[in-house]
Design a binder for this molecule. Sequence first.
Ligand SMILES: C[S@@+](CC[C@H](N)C(=O)[O-])C[C@H]1O[C@@H](n2cnc3c(N)ncnc32)[C@H](O)[C@@H]1O
Length: 322
Amino acid sequence: MVNMPVRRRASESTATPSTIRPFLKWAGGKRQLLPQLARFHPQRFGAYCEPFLGSGALFFDLHDRGQLEGRRIILIDNNPDLIGCWLAVRGETERVIRGLRRLETAHRSDPRVCYYRVRDERFNPARRRLRASGARWGEQYTPALAAMLIYLNRTGFNGLFRLNAAGGFNVPVGRYANPRICDADNLRVVSAALSRPGVEVREDRFESVCEWAMPGDFIYFDPPYAPVSATASFTAYTPGGFSSDDQCRLQQVVIELARRGCHVLLSNSTAPEVTALYAENVVARAAGLRAHRVSARRAINSRGAARGAVDEYLISNIPPRS
Ligand SMILES: C[S@@+](CC[C@H](N)C(=O)[O-])C[C@H]1O[C@@H](n2cnc3c(N)ncnc32)[C@H](O)[C@@H]1O
């Protein structure tokens, strides 16, 4: 068989197998914070888990550094669309790429018309049918839906994923001169990384990690941040948001896993409730948790003027490298 040269399209990247990037933009994505997070990577660990997966910035960074070779990896999020998309990219890569290429061509001819047609006439109706099919409907996501989600994510306002009260995706079109819609090389590298033995991608709640985490496992929690002010919150990744009760339940899980001997790392805002749950909490401190303030650049905020460097917490029982 003759290997034909691959013709690269203008909009495709030159990703090589050694560079892998998130294939979605996600509110609260952690690409800016990766150098700070790297100070907390444990020297040795067992399984790796991200229970608030989003676009999986730390998973991809660890993979790129070769630190996940041969390990069990569990990637969890409770957003069915997100997990459905990850699963389709893993298992139906070429069909997702073909769908994205068709969308890219249509988008180039009339971006605004194409965006709203896809969102309102195809994506939302197909999601509605799937949601009516019962629990864990994300696992039945089709390659066409995954391609549409990636397309809407690359071309919609700020890459947001926002649902209205009826559960419909309602993000308006973004303003991009030439958005990269189909990064086929990266999607193939992502699929290969996710197809390795031991990698699980699951629609679940963060608490499920307690059912199987073992001493020595590394667990990175990146929940929707506690709001620093009444107007600063962006927690509507899924209907219901992430409440103060959720933050309290998360603290219990983090303490439980630290006591169990897992390596835990949590990012969160410096809201007073987070300070109270970790930095000033004797039970958290007795479990070995320390709250470190770091400076980070926020990519998505409800007020444009509030963008820029802000302090965040990295909370961990792993001593940071300087
Ligand atoms: C800040 S984002 C994670 C960003 C991610 N670290 C990245 O780099 O893109 C938080 C994620 O938590 C998910 N989430 C919210 N509540 C959850 C819950 N109760 N259990 C599991 N995941 C949840 C949201 O769907 C969202 O994808």
